[in-house]
Design a protein around this ligand. Structure first.
Ligand SMILES: C[S@@+](CC[C@H](N)C(=O)[O-])C[C@H]1O[C@@H](n2cnc3c(N)ncnc32)[C@H](O)[C@@H]1O
Length: 403
């Protein structure tokens, strides 16, 4: 009755207030709610981050080169290194052990025999990150970083640093090497003014309006420029930055290959739940994943606009996008259909490990199992219908702070 009695102005005002409250709610919740699934349970990030691990391994030579260059050019007595968006699990430790091994092998570390170089690591992520898991796993690090060639690792210290990398994190001129892997494509917020414009999609999908894609692009430009500005204040002159993001091979913003497909299938799962009356349509329309996959050209342009950094290396890798190291035929010789089913479940767990907290904060917990079961089914059908293996594009840039 009340609705019927309202005039059009009141209706419009209420509608825009509802949209505004979605927007301000979303803007606020990224810093609070964005984190990977904690612990080491079935759907944890620690257990479901093989694709991200592959990115660290694939881009390893670029990181090693940057570490060697810092040792050679800056030979700091105390080298300060920050990993931005460290999350928790084996990948965090892999980064630290890679750096320590490279320093071990670097001829420049022995320049000063009496007081050898020390290393201070800062592991940064948003406050909701499972820092306890990181701290508890540091014990394993000693075994993992047993140096190649029998050399002792340099003395090192590890500290956690909660906070958004879109804010200042360090004092001026204090960091020698920044590293970030598969993190900086997360935006600081859902693009402004997006509201419910991206009907039926959780990201840039085939039916997304180009204006929505533009909003995503604008938000990335703003965020990435800010990220670079902050780091330029914090890095020492001549310091290095190695940034790896999920990206696009083509300039076409609608086509990030396998990555676009994954989020299309997540949208499809939510649309199915809407059609079954399990999720309100407005809830789906107002949910957007705050992430953007840039092209190499877009990244280059933003670094050039910043003007304080020099690109020393930039590479695009088209990585195997499967969530496990097993081949589709699987080691135990299971038929292809069964292997595709297993791959669907693994990809579902991988996506869930990275998106569950955001989905729960928007839709609640009750749909989780069904949504990810649907996603697993759709992903299985997708890989069964594809001739080629699905791939994920990552772009790595090595940057040097100009003097
Ligand atoms: C996919 S994980 C990558 C983790 C790890 N670097 C790896 O390679 O496995 C992305 C991480 O970035 C973090 N992240 C996203 N936005 C962030 C921000 N604004 N500030 C700090 N960390 C952020 C997330 O919380 C998440 O832990």
């Amino acid at each position: 009755m009340y609705d019927v009695c309202m005039n059009r102005d009141e209706n419009d005002r209420n509608k825009s207030e509802t949209i505004a409250s979605y927007i301000s709610f979303e803007v606020m919740k990224i810093e609070r709610d964005l984190h990977m699934v904690k612990g080491d349970g079935e759907f944890s990030y620690a257990k479901n981050s093989m694709i991200q691990r592959r990115a660290v391994l694939t881009t390893r030579p670029i990181l090693e080169k940057a570490v060697r260059e810092v040792c050679r050019d800056l030979h700091p007595q105390s080298m300060v290194i920050a990993d931005l968006g460290c999350s928790s699990g084996k990948n965090t430790l892999l980064f630290i052990s890679e750096v320590l091994n490279t320093i071990c092998e670097s001829p420049s570390r022995t320049l000063n025999e009496e007081s050898p170089m020390e290393v201070q690591f800062f592991l940064n992520d948003l406050p909701g990150n499972d820092f306890n898991h990181v701290f508890q796993s540091l014990e394993q690090l000693e075994q993992e970083c047993a140096c190649r060639g029998g050399l002792q690792p340099p003395p090192y210290y590890v500290a956690g640093l909660p906070g958004s990398f879109y804010t200042r994190l360090f004092p001026c001129n204090s960091v020698h090497l920044f590293h970030s892997s598969i993190s900086v494509m997360w935006l600081s917020q859902v693009p402004e003014h997006l509201g419910c414009l991206n009907e039926g999609n959780v990201h840039i999908g085939a039916s997304t309006h180009p204006a929505v894609a533009r909003l995503y692009q604008d938000q990335f430009e703003k965020d990435f420029s800010r990220f670079l500005q902050m780091r330029c204040r914090e890095i020492v002159p001549g310091g290095r930055m190695v940034l790896t993001v999920v990206g696009r091979k083509r300039e076409e913003v609608f086509d990030a290959g396998g990555t676009t497909k994954i989020y299309e299938l997540l949208s499809q799962g939510l649309r199915t739940l809407v059609s079954e009356g399990r999720v309100e349509k407005e809830k789906l329309d107002s949910f957007n994943i705050p992430m953007y996959w840039p092209s190499t050209e877009e990244l280059k342009q933003l670094v050039q606009q910043n003007g304080l950094l020099h690109i020393t290396d930039i590479h695009l890798f088209e990585m195997d996008g499967s969530p496990t190291d097993e081949s589709p035929e699987s080691a135990d010789g299971a038929p292809k259909g069964i292997a595709a089913l297993a791959a669907g479940e693994r990809m579902s767990a991988t996506l869930r490990a990275g998106t569950e907290p955001l989905i729960v904060s928007h839709f609640g917990e009750s749909l989780l199992d069904d949504l990810f079961a649907l996603f697993a089914r759709y992903f299985t059908s997708y890989i069964e219908s594809e001739d080629e293996k699905s791939s994920i594009v990552v772009i790595t840039m090595s940057l040097e702070a100009k003097h």
